[in-house]
Design a protein around this ligand. Sequence first.
Ligand code: CA
Length: 247
Amino acid sequence: MRLLLIEDDDRIAGPLSEGLGRYGFTVDHVRTGSAGLTERAAAPDLVLLDLGLPDMDGLDVCRSLRARSAVPIIMITARGEEADRIVGLELGADDYLAKPFGVRELIARIRAVTRRAGAPAFTPAGSAGTLETPEPQRPSSGARKLGPLTINRRTREVHLDGRHIALTPREFDLLAFLAEDPGTVWSRQQIMDTVWDPHFFGPTKTLDAHVAALRRKLGDPAWITTARGVGFRLTVPGGPVVSEVTG
Ligand code: CA
């Protein structure tokens, strides 16, 4: 899937292109509205449009894009641009995301928008090996059961052997993310991108601290194993027993 990213801020465009690339998207990046409108690259499947551009009002870019094509448009807005969002939606943008946002959130919006637009169901290419495996979609109302561990995304509750485990919101997000595909090794960067934010820069010590806390709270370090030099994976101590429980 080919995305056209119209964004003048390289501090946002860089990590965003990289993050989307890891999930199998091809990203064409331009820094001005006029470049976005004259883009001669293959017609994009979707446009990510920053509203605060140096040369044109992003809303005018949106209007021009919409006048010439039905391509899905997701606006990227700064805080305090509520009025612009409404105008943008009236001008034909399909959705918006307020900065800052995570790659995972963006991908969820892309999926929703392309579904609505009647495009073929999007499957990330997941280019190279198991590290690139995209998250599988799960029923959002369901609880996930891994051996004695139950993770309920709807209520954000975790039980181990029927006993409630109190987690911080970030610990829950990390555990729920790893539990989506037990046995899969996720790279540190992939975890930071999805559980934290693609704009996260600096040491990833916070990830180690959260892994340590989860191991402690789950009472067995074997739940989360370290893939040296790569990242982490979740495994059920004593063998994987995975099933879906609805409700
Ligand atoms: Ca901008």
